[in-house]
Design a protein around this ligand. Structure first.
Ligand SMILES: NCc1[nH]cc(CCC(=O)O)c1CC(=O)O
Length: 319
């Protein structure tokens, strides 16, 4: 809702004659909270209902966290703008500790992101990672209740909601490489064919931030090359300065035991090529094999859960 309000405010400044209404919606990704996103089926969960509303003409555009937008949009939809990025980093949030490095052996860290899980497991094998889902208030509530010693959240969400003081430390991208698109908002529109309608793409173009657009295009390319799912730990993060891009990416197993990482620099004007290059470097480090082992592990975990249920055990829950 904050993001939708933000886009409305920006559009109202540009087009004061427009009356912009917000249609608040809750999506599957908001509703299913007892499973990690990778188990609910991943990307698309925060997006589908909004696309249905646009297809039915109940909405003209949708505002998303780009991180939750699938790499390939369904036929008939397009991204019209990517707004200037908020802080893309992961944030360490705790009431008792100032950083991951301070946490004692056995301390419980909350995150449901496979990417964050594998990065923490690789660097801090003495910590225990437990799932954590829900909106920001729910997650902070669980931390405050003492369920976790610390939790990892996107800094962008905390900053947008006016809670920057909850951030005890910002994780250096060199240690905790952000997810593709993290911290960026995107506007999705239906590509309507009928003549005489307004050209939404052109109307929204002034909200697009070119450097952010280039960075996230490269990041999303890497993700797309490796299947674009959030069933696997994958990070891709680009910065753009003076037309030059620095793109870093990583794939790993959830336990952090196997990891491939690579970086490239080049002209920001050709983000897809840089995405391809970094993907090529990752492939040379067995990225495909690493990801295949993640997927077979996930399939095995699902099969185990199913047979446990069949055997009469309580279904496993992620609380
Ligand atoms: N569904 C998870 C999600 N999608 C976008 C954000 C944060 C905001 C952003 O990255 O723009 C979050 C929460 C988190 O990672 O803590």
């Amino acid at each position: 809702m904050w993001q939708a309000e933000h886009v409305r405010a920006r559009l109202t400044l540009l087009y004061p004659q427009c009356d912009i209404k917000i249609v608040g919606m809750s999506t599957k990704g908001d509703q299913i909270l007892d499973r990690t996103l990778s188990k609910v089926g991943g990307k698309g969960l925060f997006v589908k209902e909004l696309e249905v509303a646009m297809a039915e003409g109940r909405a003209d555009l949708a505002v998303h966290s780009l991180k939750d937008v699938p790499m390939e949009l369904p036929e008939g939809f397009a991204l019209a703008a990517v707004l200037e990025r908020e802080d893309p980093r992961d944030a360490f949030v705790s009431n008792d500790y100032a950083s991951l490095g301070e946490l004692p052996a056995g301390a419980v860290v909350g995150t449901s992101s496979l990417r964050r899980q594998s990065l923490i497991a690789a660097r801090y094998p003495h910590l225990v990672i437990k799932p954590l889902r829900g909106n920001l208030d729910t997650r902070l509530g669980k931390l405050d209740r003492g369920d976790y010693a610390a939790i990892i959240l996107a800094a962008a969400g905390l900053k947008r909601l006016g809670l920057p003081e909850r951030i005890r430390a910002l994780l250096d991208p060199a240690d905790s490489l952000p997810a593709a698109g993290q911290g960026a908002m995107a506007i999705e529109i239906p590509v309507r064919k009928e003549a005489g309608g307004v050209d939404l793409m052109a109307l929204l173009a002034p909200l697009n931030d070119e450097a952010t657009f280039q960075a996230v295009t490269a990041e999303r390319k890497v993700s797309k090359v490796f299947g674009g799912s959030c069933q696997v730990p994958l990070a891709a993060f680009a910065t753009v300065e003076n037309g030059q891009m620095h793109l870093r990416a990583m794939v790993a197993t959830p336990d952090g035991a196997r990891m491939a990482s690579a970086e490239v620099r080049g002209a920001a004007a050709d983000p897809e090529a840089l995405g391809e290059q970094v993907a090529e470097l990752l492939r040379a480090q067995d990225a495909v094999d690493i990801l295949a082992s993640c997927l077979s592990e996930a399939a095995q975990a699902d099969a185990d859960a199913r047979s446990a249920t069949l055997a009469g055990d309580a279904p496993s829950s992620a609380t």
